[in-house]
Design a binder for this molecule. Structure first.
Ligand code: FAD
Ligand code: NAI
Length: 488
């Protein structure tokens, strides 16, 4: 007799595990099926985010930033250090400890919420008719069993996009897994892709002493960010951090021998170039994990790029089957995945109470998902960029204020960057907020709240901000929308 559940969640990343917890909180009998094993071969919950993504990358960014501060900035505080060195295995061990604490924490949360956790690969099979339950096969090695559930949430995430010219071996040629686990600082590190992973991982190893060259196919730098933010970021990353960033490149071949990796490419002037490195990180985007997830013939609709097709409520084309996170459209971000997980859990609970009508259904507004890139300075934004507003012919006003003119930033010694607010020229409603500077990963939350509440720049300008604090930069930028910033 198959085990029966109200909800089966496939995938225990931030989309799946959060969905499972919220389902359980709502009284639904829930199973979460996940196949992840860590480098020791042990099942480990939390998906990409906790195991090889958000959390470990931020741990290494913090370690390497401390190292760089000690090397370059402590002197101006009168703090003298001699013979500064980095113990990379100790840094990696600290990162692993943080990961372990979080992944085992999810197991505890599952226990506390009485969620059944199954290790193995899940596959959505079929259901006989609409009054029947969905069958889900769970395979683990040569063991296989079928569980049944009324509702299914697919949350299988994504994996690195393969690069046809080279195989990832996570020894010399690395994806995010290998880039987070190096045992020493490479002398020369190449990175393909100046996206989020390329910039974060490039920053980590550059700060620790590697010569880092990033090769980017797009003609410009960080095209998804507001142009002025991207320009400031490129200036600081190249001039101060020392990243070499080449845009508009076309990679022709990658050859390896025991000593090094040679990358032959055409640069933006159409000239042939060669880059020789000791390690190469490939970070050219991620692809959704939808292959083999549903049995042939059950009709789950997947688009040409592999994303499971869903509507605004994360409903797939199959009744009672939902999909959330990286495996569906929208930004590939942990908080987006989790919010979709919560919304779907609440939607299922609503359907169970037979109270679903389209006006009250919970859903995630993708227009107000914040982005953060954890470089130094950090980059964060929410809403539309200036180039989008121009393209869409939306009239707007701009308020911008630099961290250089902020007392707290000066005391921190972190004065690069600015906050820029874009507000509608007629209604003053905030349309986008763009930041580059210290701790903007935290400051962006205020902008998200403002946009969620459909605030105007005047609303932000009228709110009292503590002094001295970095949040005053946001306040001054809001005042700046009507040309009344006080400290510039
Ligand atoms: P995942 O986290 O990928 O989890 C999916 C889970 O499903 C995995 O455990 C997988 O093994 C399992 N699975 C897949 N197929 C099956 C199957 N058939 N059966 C059973 N289990 C299956 N995002 C941020 O918001 N902030 C950051 O700072 C950030 N940093 C990142 C740094 C790096 C290096 C990387 C790679 C990503 C980062 N991300 C960050 C992105 C973030 O990790 C993802 O957006 C997020 O993990 C997506 O969550 P998910 O639940 O959709 O999928
Ligand atoms: P990305 O989409 O951010 O960047 C990939 C880059 O590679 C792009 O700039 C692209 O133009 C470039 N590229 C593609 N093909 C190329 C080629 N053949 N040659 C040279 N360049 C090429 O993807 P990335 O960095 O792999 O990260 C994947 C996703 O993970 C991100 O989009 C983001 O959603 C998530 N992530 C989020 C983080 C955060 O929130 N702080 C941190 C790390 C990852």
């Amino acid at each position: 007799m198959a085990k029966l559940f109200d909800v089966a969640v496939i995938g225990a990343g931030p989309g799946g595990y959060v969905a499972a917890i919220r389902c359980a909180q709502l009284g639904l009998n829930t199973v979460c099926i996940d196949e992840w094993k860590n480098s020791e071969g042990t099942p480990s919950l939390g998906g990409t985010c906790l195991n090889v993504g958000c959390i470990p990358s931020k741990a290494l960014l913090e370690s390497s930033e401390n190292f760089e501060r000690a090397a370059k900035k402590f002197g101006e505080h009168g703090i003298k250090l001699e013979n500064l060195s980095i113990d990379v295995p100790a840094m990696i061990a600290r990162k692993n400890k943080i990961v372990k604490a979080f992944t085992s924490g999810i197991a505890m949360l599952f226990k506390k919420n009485k969620i059944t956790s199954m290790h193995g690969r899940g596959m959505l099979l079929d259901r006989q008719n609409e009054n029947q339950l969905w069958n889900i096969q769970v395979s683990n090695g040569d063991q296989s069993e079928v569980v049944q559930a009324e509702f299914v949430i697919l949350a299988t995430g994504s994996t690195p996009r393969p690069f046809p010219l080279v195989e990832i071996d996570n020894d010399k040629v690395l994806d995010n897994v290998g880039a987070l686990a190096l045992s020493e600082v490479p002398k020369r590190l190449g990175v393909i892709g100046a996206g989020v992973i390329g910039l974060e991982m490039g920053s980590v190893w550059r700060r620790l002493g590697a010569e880092v060259t990033i090769l980017e196919a797009q003609p410009g730098f960080l095209l998804s960010a507001d142009e002025s933010v991207a320009k400031e970021a490129q200036k600081v990353f190249t001039r101060e951090l020392g990243l070499v960033i080449q845009t508009g490149v076309d990679i022709n071949s990658i050859k390896q021998n025991k000593q090094q990796i040679s990358i032959a490419y055409t640069d933006s002037n159409k000239e042939s170039q060669k880059l020789e490195v000791d390690k190469l990180v490939v970070a050219i985007g991620r692809v959704p994990n939808s292959k083999g997830l549903a049995s042939d013939g059950n009709g789950l609709s997947v688009n040409s790029q592999g994303f499971i097709e869903v509507d605004a409520y994360c409903r797939t084309n199959l009744p009672s089957v939902f999909a959330v996170g990286d495996v569906v459209r929208g930004p590939m971000l942990a908080h987006k995945a989790s919010e979709e997980g919560v919304a779907v859990a609440e939607l299922i609970a609503t359907i169970k109470k037979q109270a679903a009508n389209n006006e009250s259904l919970p859903k995630v507004d993708l227009a107000v998902v914040p982005w953060v890139i954890y470089t130094s300075p950090e980059i964060a934004w929410v809403g539309k960029t200036e180039q989008m507003l121009k393209a869409e012919n939306i009239p707007y006003k701009v308020g911008q204020f630099p961290f250089m003119a902020n007392g707290r930033a000066r005391a921190l010694g972190e004065t690069h960057g600015f906050v820029k607010i874009l507000a509608h020229a007629e209604t003053d409603r905030i349309l986008g907020v763009h930041m580059i500077g210290p701790f903007v990963s935290e400051l962006i939350a205020e902008a998200v709240v403002a946009m969620e509440f459909k605030a105007s720049s005047e609303d932000l300008a009228r709110i009292i901000h503590a002094h001295p604090s970095l949040s005053e930069v946001l306040h001054e930028a809001a005042l700046g929308v009507d040309k009344r910033a006080l400290h510039i």
